[in-house]
Design a binder for this molecule. Structure first.
Ligand code: ASP
Length: 425
């Protein structure tokens, strides 16, 4: 019998999850049942993915860097990665700004809806603002300072400190290259074997993916807010989603075609398991193990590139998030009847780019950092309450854009340094 491809199984799991929730909503106690008996399995699946993220970064980055024969290759890759990450992010914000200025979704919000939303979601919005202010109140070089951990055990204790783990792994790998081969061989063998074991663990976790996404989608649909909110915020949501779809299905495929001459449709199919997982988990960090797996084993990018470019990309390259922040900021301004000057909009390009880099690769992080974009542009932070209810579905799609961008940049860099092999399927 022909094996069913993983992405088909994942889509099947997602659809069944949605159907299950739609049926559960009809019954008394159905939503509670889904929350109590289905949702925990989704959380277990996400936990398994998160559990593997830190060991994976350590193992694969140390292996990847120590496999390089000289450091100049690393700086070449690093420079190209940063250039591409910045270019795609600035493009995404500009696209978001163009879309929101053309559609003007904020103009259709009535005074009544605005007041209702501000009352209902005001408290939750305040919580997010407080979270963001904690980050904002520190000095301009704080984020740079934070990259260097003072204690590696503490750094590996939270997925929010991924950049610190990356820094440590890079540092370790670089030190290994500079020592004679004989001296580092036992340690390198250990990391090579550690890496193989981690990859096997990811394989095993992915066997549960269709069930995991079933549970995640069922819980999400069962707990989703009423349709009225979607109606009130429909134009805003559609603007964000349209922008994200242009990124995913037009912008990245064009880059793939221009820089690698590969068939973009094939590329999208190869990375689809990672995209589907990004959609169901809303977390680039949780998706990272699968992103690395598909880019390496299906697209054919060498481990030297994936181990370096993808963990960094998952943490700092968030095009979908930056597009969303631009649209959301202008939408809130429009809803409050403010007209943003050209200068203010140009300012949004800068702050949304930085805010997306600073957003953690976890659900809702983009909304927390949006507060900084709002503050810089002088838009009322209370406006967060307007978009709160509809954030999750948008988070799902923007995470797909974030992950697709990481895969695209990794593939382009691999091509540029001759590290892109023939695709495996
Ligand atoms: N959930 C997004 C991610 O993990 C970040 C965000 O925009 O909230 O990529």
């Amino acid at each position: 019998m022909k094996r069913i491809p993983l992405y088909v199984k994942i889509i099947g799991g997602m659809l069944l999850g949605v159907l299950f929730a739609v049926a559960a909503i009809q019954f008394d106690g159905g939503v509670k049942f889904t929350k109590d008996w289905i949702k925990p399995f989704g959380n277990m699946f996400i936990n398994l993915l998160k559990l593997i993220a830190v060991p994976l970064i350590l193992a694969s980055l140390v292996k990847g860097v120590s496999d390089l024969k000289d450091i100049s290759k690393l700086s070449k890759m690093g420079l190209r990665a940063i250039t591409f990450y910045l270019f795609t992010t600035v493009f995404a914000v500009s696209l978001g700004l163009a879309a929101v200025n053309i559609v003007k979704p904020g103009k259709s919000i009535t005074e009544e809806t605005r007041t209702a939303m501000l009352t209902t979601y005001g408290d939750q919005a305040n919580e997010k603002s407080a979270e963001a202010h904690k980050q904002k109140d520190s000095g301009p070089l704080k984020s740079l300072e934070d990259i260097i951990p003072e204690n590696i055990i503490a750094a590996t204790s939270s997925n929010k400190m991924m950049l610190q783990v990356i820094f440590f792994a890079l540092f370790l790998g670089i030190a290994m290259i500079t020592l004679p081969e004989k001296k580092v061989k036992p340690f390198k063998d250990f990391f090579d074997s550690f890496n193989d074991i981690i990859l096997r663990m990811i394989d095993l976790i992915m066997k549960g993916a269709p069930f995991g996404v079933f549970a995640l989608m069922a819980a999400l649909v069962a707990e989703s807010p009423s349709m009225d909110i979607f109606k009130a915020l429909g134009a805003y949501a559609l603007t964000v989603i349209a922008g994200l779809l242009i990124l995913i299905f037009v912008f990245y495929p064009t880059l793939i075609y221009l820089f690698t001459k590969r068939d973009p449709r094939k590329f999208l199919k190869q990375i689809s398991p990672a995209q589907l997982l990004a959609f169901s988990t809303s977390s680039s960090a949780a998706t990272l193990p699968v992103t690395m797996d598909v880019v390496e084993n299906r697209v054919g990018v060498d481990n030297e590139v994936t181990s370096f470019v993808l963990p960094i990309g998952a943490t700092v390259n968030m095009d979908g998030t930056s597009l969303y922040q631009a649209v959301a900021a202008v939408f809130i301004a429009q809803a409050f009847g403010m007209d943003l000057s050209l200068m203010a909009q140009l300012g949004i390009i800068v702050t949304a780019t930085l805010a997306s880099i600073g957003s953690a690769a976890v659900p809702s992080a983009g909304m927390v950092m949006l507060v900084i974009v709002l503050a810089q542009a002088g838009i009322p932070e209370a406006g967060l309450a307007l978009i709160f209810a509809i954030d999750r579905p948008l988070d799902m799609v923007r995470t797909v854009a974030n992950v697709t961008s990481d895969c695209t940049v990794a593939t382009i860099i691999a091509k540029s340094i001759n590290k892109l092999e023939d695709p495996k399927d």
